[in-house]
Design a protein around this ligand. Structure first.
Ligand SMILES: Nc1ccn([C@@H]2O[C@H](COP(=O)(O)OP(=O)(O)OP(=O)(O)O)[C@@H](O)[C@H]2O)c(=O)n1
Ligand SMILES: C[C@](O)(CO)[C@H](O)COP(=O)(O)O
Length: 407
């Protein structure tokens, strides 16, 4: 996001409006409004809320719901209900958006994302791209170039003409804007009696706010018809993709010894004749693992997130570095399949502590102990490790991300 917007109002957090006050007439209402229908065992709106509330750059969230739906929403949103503000929506999507924007006004966000509650497959990449497209003078719109040939219908239902599709895009949400200008545009449209805008970038266009196109995703469909809900349920009900998006990251770290009486290795304090030198607790195994996890989603390395120049990490327990990296992975929908750490040292002996380390790591990563492997080797007295000047560690992590491996 543009620095002007972020430095003016944000500690880089972006507010979100989720519109969920519609009746879902096209999907049929026999089983209730579509945003509360179950897909993969959870309500549509739960999946949507999760995508935003797990994302590290999201701040205040306002959800527009129908006046009759307070109970439905609380039940459907589950653990996320307490983390959002709900407002009663209006008769149109446009008015629901305006009312939710007004509810965010006191939070003074620099920027806002406006999203359909019925787009539950929104991924962190599209959220990131949309945020990056916003600045003080521009909105940001995820879209896909139209890929079908377009036909205009004549009054007798024959083809009147073929419309050139070059330069045409289909609009998705979330659509991102600097907060004050989009709220002002919505208010002006309301005061002008306009209630016909089907998305927020059309209001921005009307108000003269330029909107940048960023790449959306074919996964980010809007559940409009009953068949969309059925397909979404199938997709989330444990069907294995043909080409799962499995990624592997590795990490390497070294710390030298200094005078002391213990070392921290893989989250366990081990008595030793020396200690490892470092800004934090110098847990070399956890540092390598932090890098391995971040590598699975191209999220930089440990220094990007925890600069050694920052005094707040002095003496810090490295567990929090691993937990932060795991949170980033999960925010992108990743599921950690396994973690493997090799400690390379002549001493201390790792074997007696392996079980405790495994349990500690399983707890940090929230995975089963059988998915954690701790190994150790000496360096056969060779090099700096052989001379007992320090300890090295190599880590590998595998993470399964949502969807299929892109072609
Ligand atoms: N008065 C309205 C109408 C729509 N929406 C929300 O806008 C999003 C996109 O709208 P759409 O798919 O058209 O939903 P519905 O209006 O519920 O569907 P339908 O037009 O079939 O009734 C949905 O999350 C919907 O809940 C809203 O908050 N307030
Ligand atoms: C906002 C939107 O989802 C962008 O594609 C779309 O405009 C909503 O349209 P609908 O008429 O409410 O289905």
């Amino acid at each position: 996001m543009n620095a002007e917007v972020s430095s003016r109002h944000l500690s880089s957090k972006v507010a979100v409006v989720i519109v969920a006050a519609g009746r879902g007439e096209r999907a049929g209402q026999a089983d209730g409004p579509k945003q509360y229908r179950s897909i993969g065992g959870k309500a549509v709106i739960w999946h949507t809320l999760k995508a935003f509330l797990d994302h590290p750059r999201i701040g205040a969230v306002a959800v527009a719901i129908h006046a009759d739906d307070a109970g439905l929403f609380t039940a459907a949103a589950g653990e996320f209900a307490a983390r959002v503000t709900t407002v009663v929506g209006g008769a149109t999507r446009q008015d629901s958006t305006r009312l939710a924007l007004l509810a965010l006004q006191d939070a003074k966000p620099g920027a806002v994302l406006i999203h359909d509650g019925v787009r539950p497959f929104i991924g962190s990449e599209v959220i990131d791209r949309t945020i990056e497209g916003i600045d003080a003078g521009h909105g940001s719109l995820p879209s896909l170039p139209v890929s079908d040939t377009l036909k205009k219908e004549a009054s007798d239902r024959t083809v009147a003409e073929t419309v050139p599709r070059a330069g045409l895009h289909s609009a998705q949400t979330p659509q991102g804007f600097p907060f004050e200008p989009i709220l002002a545009a919505h208010q002006r449209a309301y005061e002008a009696g306009r209630s016909d805008f089907t998305d927020d970038s059309a209001i921005a266009e009307w108000a003269g706010i330029p909107v940048r196109l960023v790449l959306g995703s074919p996964d980010n469909i809007k559940l409009t018809w009953a068949k969309d809900i059925a397909m979404a349920d199938q997709r989330l009900s444990g069907q294995t993709p043909s080409f799962p998006d499995v990624r592997t990251g590795n990490g390497y770290d070294v710390h030298s010894f200094e005078a002391g009486d213990h070392v921290w290795l893989c989250g366990i304090k081990i008595p030793h004749s020396k200690k490892l030198n470092g800004h934090s607790d110098a847990d070399v195994g956890l540092h390598a693992l932090t890098d391995a996890l971040l590598a699975t989603c191209g999220a930089g390395d440990i220094g990007t997130h925890f600069p050694p120049s920052d005094p707040q990490w002095k003496g810090a327990a490295s567990r929090q570095f691993v937990e932060h990296a795991a949170k980033i992975v999960r925010a992108r929908g990743g599921r950690i399949a396994n973690a493997d750490i090799t400690l390379i040292c002549e001493a201390p002996r790792v074997g007696p502590h392996r079980e405790a380390m495994t349990a500690e790591l399983a707890d940090m990563l929230r995975i089963a102990p059988e998915r954690v492997s701790i190994k150790a080797t000496t360096n056969e007295k060779l090099g700096f490790v052989g001379r007992e000047e320090g300890i090295a560690a190599i880590a590998t992590a595998s993470v399964v991300y949502p969807g299929e491996l892109p072609e």
